[in-house]
Design a protein around this ligand. Structure first.
Ligand SMILES: NC(=O)c1ccc[n+]([C@@H]2O[C@H](COP(=O)([O-])OP(=O)(O)OC[C@H]3O[C@@H](n4cnc5c(N)ncnc54)[C@H](OP(=O)(O)O)[C@@H]3O)[C@@H](O)[C@H]2O)c1
Length: 222
């Protein structure tokens, strides 16, 4: 299958790429500075099924560049919107950055790839969201810009699943994961997280489209 994953330089995106390649898929991985990621370069050396798309998704013409990079690709079976940022502050800049990367970009990438997803046999769009975006689960507050941007992503995910009723869409919380974002104290390794995420991706059907789950398959409150 052809899989497009955003944010593959490190963390969960890199681990998702590694596992997809192990499963025999072709991965189109979007990274801003791929040459700076030793692990990604190693994966590419070992594998001719990894096509790296060097792109900052914040660029003005990111959609056009994405389409151009996929000119020779007939279709995308699975899109994984993984790239994200965590802003601790609640300044105007932090809100704008968070909403651009965590909410608008997944929407823009999905809409851009609709013509590539349509020809796939059972196309899927996966949003790597966060439990921190759940309003019902929020008992501590804090990290307002990040939380609100992931709540917005959850709404975007729901809208996309209704608008494109031929697409199987899932918003998935990866757990608290040991990455540069999650920190060293996180209880879950990237490998454990993505093994659960991949299980849920493979199980996802149209009947479940629009769901909000965690990497262990539990349904989450909005
Ligand atoms: N780690 C956790 O505990 C946790 C928990 C809940 C949800 N999540 C979510 O899981 C996803 C992955 O997080 P992570 O922990 O793996 O974080 P990470 O290690 O910080 O990786 C984030 C990835 O996103 C990429 N990225 C950011 N902005 C980008 C842009 N404008 N264009 C292209 N790529 C961009 C980064 O690229 P650069 O290397 O160029 O910066 C990097 O590859 C995020 O959506 C995050 O919100 C993580």
């Amino acid at each position: 299958m052809n899989i497009l994953i955003t944010g593959v330089s490190k963390g969960i995106g890199l681990a998702l790429t590694d596992e997809a390649l192990e499963k025999g898929h072709h991965v189109f991985g979007v990274a801003r500075h791929p040459e700076e990621s030793h692990e990604l370069m190693q994966l590419q050396k070992k594998n001719n099924r990894l096509t790296i798309i060097k792109l900052d998704l914040k660029e003005e013409n990111a959609a056009e560049k994405l389409i151009k990079a996929l000119a020779n690709c007939s279709h995308i079976d699975i899109l994984i919107n993984n790239a994200g940022i965590y802003e601790k502050d609640s300044t105007k800049e932090a809100f704008i950055k968070s909403f651009e990367v965590n909410a608008y970009i997944p929407f823009m990438v999905t809409e851009t790839l609709v013509p590539k997803l349509k020809p796939a046999h059972s196309p899927k769009v996966i949003h790597i969201t966060s439990l921190m975006g759940s309003i019902e689960d929020n008992s501590s507050g804090g990290s307002v810009a990040y939380r609100a941007s992931k709540t917005a992503l959850n709404m975007i995910h729901k809208c996309l699943s209704l608008e494109h009723n031929w697409l199987s869409c899932m918003a998935i919380h990866p757990g608290w994961v040991q990455t540069s974002m999650g920190g060293k104290e996180a209880p879950t390794t990237p490998k454990q997280s993505v093994s659960g995420i991949w299980k849920e991706i493979e199980r996802l059907t149209l009947a479940e489209s629009g769901c909000f789950k965690d990497f262990q398959g539990n349904m989450l409150p909005w």
